[in-house]
Design a protein around this ligand. Structure first.
Ligand code: SAM
Length: 324
C-alpha cells in the first residue's frame, strides 16, 4: 500500500511501519506507530538515537521489556516520556533479533529434496531456533502432520509445493551471528520473547517450546560476522555431508554491496567444496540475483535455492506459494 510520505525520515518510518507492517498483525503497534508519527515531542526523543536504532520494532520492544503498558497510545506515550532514558539505553544496547522457527516450514521442502546427509549452517542464526528443521512437526494445509514434536509448524500453501514425506537427515549443524542469543540465558530469552509483537500469543508460545527443545539439544552458535567467518565455520562440516548454507531475514541488515559480496562468497564456497547448496529466505528484492515477483500480496519473502527463486512466502513461514 502506498503511504503518504512527508520527507521526515523518522516520522515516515513510523507511518510506513503502522500501515505496511503492523496493520493486521498488531493493533497495539499500529496505534503506537501512528501515534508517534503525529507526535513531535516523542519524535524528537527518538531522533536522539542513531538512525538504525530509531527502528519502531526496536523502540517498542525496549519499552515493553521495561514495563510499558500494552494498550492505547496515550498511556504508552505518558510512560515513554517518563522512562525515555532507560528505553534509549536499552535501544542502544540491543538489536532486533527475532528468531522464527516456523521459517523451517519454508526450508523443509528444499532440504527434503537435497541428497543427504545434510550439514546445516545458518548465517544470522539469532538463538539458533531455525537449526532444528528435523526436530519439529509440520502441517501443510490440512495434510497429515509430518514428524513428532512439541513444536508444530503450520503453513498454508499454494502451487506445486514438493511436500516432503520424510524429515531430512541432519548430521551437523551450526549457526553464525554477530550476537548469538543463548537459550540458557534468561535475559536473552526474555528479549527474544519480547520481540514477538504483543497480540501474537500463539507465536510466542511456539517460540517458547522451540527454546525448550534447543535447551535439550544445544547447537553450536559462533559469534562473528557472517562474511568474515563463513569459510572457517563451514570447514568444520563433515566432508561426506551435503553442506546447506542458509539465511533468513538476515542479509537485509547488510548494505547492497555487502549483500552482493556475501552472495559471491557463498557461491565460491559452493564451487570449491562441491556438494553445497545455498538457501535464501529474505524479503523480495533483498538477495542479489533473486528477482522479486512483484505479485506477492502478503507473501513478502522470497525463497531461493542456489540463487533461483522457487517460491514466495509469508515472512514468518506462515505461507508458501510455490512458483510453477
Ligand atoms: C531478524 S534475525 C533472524 C534470525 C533467524 N535467521 C530467523 O529467521 O529466525 C537476524 C539476525 O541476523 C544477525 N546478523 C545481522 N547481520 C549479521 C552479520 N553480518 N553476520 C552475522 N549475523 C548477522 C542479527 O544479529 C540477528 O540475530
Amino acid at each position: 500500500m502506498q503511504v503518504q510520505q512527508t520527507g521526515d525520515v523518522t516520522r515516515d518510518w513510523y507511518t510506513r511501519f503502522a500501515v505496511n507492517e503492523a496493520r493486521g498483525q498488531s493493533a497495539i503497534y499500529e496505534a503506537w506507530a501512528t501515534g508517534v508519527a503525529g507526535d513531535d515531542e516523542v519524535l524528537d526523543l527518538i531522533r536522539e538515537l542513531p538512525r538504525p536504532k530509531q527502528q519502531p520494532n526496536l523502540v517498542f520492544a525496549c519499552s515493553r521489556l521495561l514495563g510499558a503498558p500494552e494498550g492505547e497510545y496515550a498511556p504508552w506515550r505518558e510512560w515513554l516520556l517518563a522512562n525515555w532514558p532507560a528505553v534509549a539505553d536499552a535501544a542502544l544496547q540491543r538489536a532486533t533479533q527475532t528468531n522464527e522457527p516456523r521459517r523451517c516450514a519454508l526450508l523443509l521442502p528444499l532440504l527434503a529434496a537435497i541428497e543427504g546427509p545434510i550439514a546445516l549452517l545458518e548465517v544470522g542464526a539469532s538463538a539458533g531456533l531455525c537449526l532444528y528443521p528435523d526436530r519439529y512437526a509440520y502441517r501443510y494445509d490440512d495434510d497429515p502432520v509430518l514428524g513428532e514434536s512439541d513444536v508444530l509448524l503450520e503453513c498454508a500453501t499454494t502451487g506445486p509445493v514438493p511436500l516432503p514425506d520424510r524429515l531430512p537427515e541432519i548430521v551437523w549443524r551450526a549457526g553464525l551471528d554477530l550476537n548469538p542469543l543463548r537459550v540458557d540465558d534468561a535475559d536473552d530469552m526474555r528479549w527474544l520473547e519480547t520481540l514477538v509483537w504483543p497480540e501474537q500469543v500463539e507465536r510466542r508460545e511456539r517460540i517458547r517450546r522451540a527454546i525448550e527443545l534447543a535447551r535439550r539439544e544445544p547447537v553450536r552458535l559462533v559469534a562473528g560476522d557472517g562474511r568474515e567467518r563463513l569459510r572457517e565455520v563451514a570447514a568444520d562440516a563433515p566432508d561426506d555431508a551435503t553442506l546447506v548454507v542458509f539465511h533468513a531475514g538476515t542479509i537485509v541488515y547488510l548494505g547492497r554491496d555487502e549483500r552482493a559480496a556475501f552472495a559471491d562468497d557463498v557461491c565460491s564456497l559452493a564451487a570449491e567444496r562441491g556438494r553445497t547448496h545455498w538457501i535464501s529466505i529474505e524479503g523480495q528484492g533483498v538477495t542479489p540475483g533473486v528477482q522479486p515477483d512483484g505479485t506477492g500480496g502478503s507473501s513478502t519473502f522470497a525463497l531461493a535455492l542456489d540463487g533461483d527463486l522457487v517460491a514466495l512466502a509469508g515472512p514468518h513461514g506462515q505461507s508458501l506459494d510455490w512458483l510453477a
